[in-house]
Ligand binder design. Structure first.
Ligand SMILES: [Zn+2]
Length: 571
């Protein structure tokens, strides 16, 4: 890091609720004993976990109840993400969200499915149901728990949002009956030399240290003091635990102090979807990508817009600029104030010239630039443009044309972008001149490391795409249609079947659309991306009984390559 910015940080208060959360007296969404497998604010890929996960005894089909009277304002049936999901708007200013469902209640299902038919929408997410379409009573069974969408096992993902701000609130605030007496656990810390003139253990860069519990009182220690000099940042790894559960959860509260001065303090009890992606600045993204370990940084980068910070001094960075020792402490706690702490000693010592001379410089990844300024770069036919919010922090950048032999056919020059930023806050735009024949123009995409990136190509054959990583980019084409695997004998008798299922897959650009027609009439499909399986339920198909029917399945990828499969069946 080139320089350290002094941030004077003032926090915008969130829209506050009319009353204290605990006084809302809402019901639980499940009627089985409460056991949580995930808590609010847990660190996840590109987002904070914005609800709590209720275990459902490892099965699907448990009753899901409206926590309060209101109406279904939004419903989704999607192949990934929340899968089958309901949003219930309540007159008290809250909206409750129930995700990964296996089914809606019959009354809600008929309204949602009718809307899907009306819109001919299989990948469905409709947020404008009025209050008359699906009113619900307090405690009414509105759905059944499931494992739909991007779910790793049967559970209910449940959220409470402030209807006005749309921010997610910690549901634990509303359920004083859920109790927990287990302390969080601290696993390790990271210590970061923040610039070239700073050192940890006589080295540039960062070091990680394992924490050890000192008995059962929630106190942790390191094996030995850490030698530091210069501007030093810290990060922490660990989990919260809950009484009677074997799962691990995220911290509610983290505080770092050195010599009794608070450098950093944050609380997660409300999440804004507009800034949740800034989790990539909160976590040590590089370490996460390398080792899958989540280290939460206790220093704040310039373009990190998270509103979780309650106290910051010098952006959380400790200045070890005189020979001395310092006593530092991390304190972490859960929503119930069960706390643990780690105390560690810093030995502040400048490096001897003899040591400094032999120290390797950190690998250079280009020239430094200010993240608060717009950035434009061009080389030959290649351009890279970034806004003043593209990077979380000041960044290095360089680019070059790649001239080594290619392993596949490219329809442009290839360019390699080098930067010290492992992920961008917001996409940068790249563009390159393509040399595509007209027939392939609609099939072209940028490729990076074997992955396709959504790309636009203009009349002049210039391709543009939004990107969030460095790496090597070039234009390839996807001319291969998706695959449809349907195991159905011609004229099969399906009198006893409730559904037809088939598998779909695509080799590169990904599934774009999936539709089915019976006797040329559009018919509803439910697609589960994680199993690549599509279901056509006869109950939604409105078929004339005891008749031979013609089924046609059409699946397109993002590049517009289309696969069609036809079959006849009797039902
Ligand atoms: Zn969840």
């Amino acid at each position: 890091m080139k320089k350290i910015l002094l941030l004077s940080f003032f926090l915008l208060p969130f829209l506050t609720l009319a009353q204290k959360p605990a006084s809302y007296n809402v019901l639980l969404p499940v009627d089985i004993p409460v056991a949580l497998s995930g808590n609010f604010g847990e660190l996840r890929t590109n987002h904070f976990h914005s609800g709590i996960d209720f275990k459902t005894q490892q099965v699907i089909g448990k009753n899901i109840r409206a926590i309060e009277a209101g109406y279904v304002s939004r419903a989704a049936v999607r192949p990934s993400g929340y899968g089958m999901c309901l949003y219930v708007t309540h007159p008290n200013g809250l909206t409750s969200v129930y995700a990964h469902l296996s089914a809606f209640s019959p009354r809600i299902d008929s309204v949602v499915r009718a809307k899907q038919h009306e819109m001919k929408s299989n990948n469905f997410d409709f947020a404008d149901f009025d209050s008359l379409a699906m009113p619900v009573a307090r405690g009414e069974i509105i759905a059944f728990s499931g494992n739909s969408g991007s779910s790793g096992g049967p559970h209910l993902h449940f959220e409470i949002r402030n209807t006005a701000s749309e921010n997610a609130l910690d549901p634990l605030q509303f359920y004083p009956q859920i109790i927990d007496k287990a302390r969080p656990r601290i696993t390790a810390i990271g210590v970061y030399a923040m610039d070239d003139n700073s050192f940890v253990a006589q080295k540039r860069g960062k070091q990680f240290y394992t924490a050890t519990a000192k008995g059962a009182s929630g106190e942790y220690v390191l094996a030995k003091p850490i030698e530091v000099w210069g501007n030093i940042g810290f990060s922490i790894q660990g989990n919260d635990l809950m009484t009677g559960q074997s799962n691990v959860y995220g911290f509610y509260y983290v505080k770092l102090s050195c010599n009794k001065q608070t450098l950093y303090e944050r609380v997660i009890d409300e999440i804004s979807f507009a800034t949740t992606n800034d989790i990539n600045s909160l976590v040590d993204y590089e370490e996460r990508a390398k080792s899958k370990r989540y280290f939460e940084k206790a220093f704040v980068e310039k373009n990190n817009d998270l509103e979780i910070y309650t106290k910051l001094h010098n952006s959380g960075i400790y200045a070890a600029t005189k020979a001395d020792t310092a006593l530092c402490e991390f304190v972490v706690s859960d929503y119930y104030n069960n706390a643990s702490s780690l105390q560690f000693t810093l030995l502040q010592k400048p490096l001897a010239d003899s040591v400094l001379r032999k120290l390797p410089k950190l690998p250079e990844t280009g020239e430094w630039f200010d993240c608060k300024e717009e950035f434009a770069y061009s080389l030959n036919d290649f351009t890279f443009t970034a806004g003043d919010k593209t990077f979380f922090t000041d960044f290095t950048f360089s680019a070059k044309e790649v001239t080594t032999p290619a392993k596949r056919t490219y329809y442009s020059k290839r360019y390699n972008i080098q930067t010290n930023q492992p992920i961008f806050k917001k996409p940068a735009q790249i563009s390159v001149q393509t040399n595509l024949p007209d027939s392939l123009r609609s099939k072209a995409l940028f490729e990076r490391g074997g992955a396709a990136i959504f790309t636009k190509i203009n009349e002049a054959g210039i391709a543009t795409a939004p990107i969030k990583y460095g790496g090597t980019y070039g234009i390839v084409v996807d001319t291969t249609a998706p695959k449809i695997t349907l195991n159905l004998a011609q004229g099969a008798n399906l009198q006893q079947s409730k559904f037809i299922s088939f598998k779909i897959s695509d080799d590169f650009s990904g599934i774009g659309s999936y539709n089915a027609y019976i006797n040329d009439k559009w018919t509803l499909l439910d697609y589960d991306a994680k199993t690549a399986t599509v279901y056509l339920y006869f109950k939604y198909a409105d078929l004339q009984p005891d008749t031979m029917h013609d089924l046609r399945i059409e699946v397109s990828d993002v590049s517009g390559n289309r696969a069609v499969k036809v079959a006849r069946f009797f039902r």
